[in-house]
Design a protein around this ligand. Structure first.
Ligand code: NAP
Length: 281
């Protein structure tokens, strides 16, 4: 008999989150508050422009205001921080998202740090990152929070499981490792210098791929019955996991597209609404 597979449907999780948000947005509107997300795009990278447009459209569909700040690729760190400070000081803006990556000469870390903590809806500041590591962040990074949200939506146990995270970036691999650890998983975080990566992945009850390389995770790396979460998004609509090959051994898997991506956007909207709620009290 063929083992049953669970496809972790990100669109379904995102729709459920947005349904809940609609009520919160209505209650805010009774108080005259419309949640507002500011997105900043520096330069003309087409993928970044698409991500920013998707976020703006998602806001619009839910009745959240969005303000888009477009800056040329020759913007200096100083000018970018000045633009962020303007948004920090604007009482009508509740969340600020600086699209990563910014063009190379800019000090991205300095720009992230300029975002006010109560508007840091993507958990990019040192303070937001640290709060997440401690387990009490208001706004953990959206993609890590989306990954946990998907696992929780499908009632997938985390406690006591061995989670293998491939990738250690400050916006994805590290914060999701911390979140899994805080949920009592035993976590192994892998990176480009990890030796015997395939054998480590084979130990994972939960495997999170956050590598940035299309179809990187191979089917025979997956332990039978494992949960596979593919956070990757690469040109041509490929994730970081070889989906068809990994599906053979996995019990549950996120597809790309329609996996982590839509939940990441829904999480950003959720954080923006929550920031507006805090502002309203
Ligand atoms: P990143 O900053 O480039 O980090 C990639 C990580 O993968 C690094 O830690 C790197 O290790 C590791 N790595 C690279 N090659 C490896 C190898 N051969 N073996 C093991 N580890 C390796 O990327 P990111 O921003 O975290 O994004 C990762 C993926 O998630 C990308 O596909 C991106 O498009 C996607 N993403 C999706 C969403 C979403 O909403 N779904 C949001 C953000 C990102 P080192 O640290 O040693 O270099």
């Amino acid at each position: 008999m063929k083992a049953e597979k669970l496809i972790l449907d990100g669109n379904r999780v995102a729709a459920n989150m947005k349904e809940k948000l609609a009520g919160q947005i209505n209650r805010l509107s009774e108080k005259g508050i419309v949640p507002c997300l500011a997105t900043i795009l520096v330069g003309d990278d087409p993928s970044s422009a698409t991500y920013v447009r998707m976020k703006g459209n998602a806001c619009k569909r839910l009745g959240i205001h969005s303000v888009r700040v477009d800056l040329p690729s020759n913007t200096t760190t100083y000018e970018l921080i000045a633009a962020i400070n303007k948004l920090n000081d604007d009482p009508n803006i509740h969340g600020i998202l600086l699209q990563h990556p910014v063009p190379h000469p800019i000090d991205e870390r300095a720009a992230f740090e300029a975002i006010r903590i109560d508007k840091d809806v993507d958990g990019v500041t040192t303070q937001g990152f640290a709060q997440n590591a401690f387990g009490f962040a208001d706004y953990p990074s959206c993609t890590p929070a989306a990954i946990i949200g998907i696992l929780e939506y499908y009632n997938i146990p985390i406690e006591g499981k061995h989670a293998v995270v491939i990738g250690r970036s400050p916006i994805l691999g590290k914060p999701v490792s911390a979140m899994l650890l805080n949920k009592n998983a035993t976590v192994t975080t892998c990176h480009s210098k990890t030796a015997n990566l395939d054998n480590i992945v084979r130990l994972g009850d939960i495997v999170v791929a956050a590598v940035g390389k299309p179809k990187f995770v191979q089917g025979d790396w997956i332990k039978p019955g494992a949960i596979v979460v593919d956070a990757g998004y690469n040109k041509g609509n490929f994730g970081d996991v070889d989906y068809d090959a990994c599906l053979k051994n996995a019990y549950a898997i996120t597809p790309v597209p329609a996996g982590v991506g839509p939940v990441t956007i829904a999480t950003l909207l959720k954080h923006t609404v929550e920031a507006a709620e805090k502002f309203g009290y």
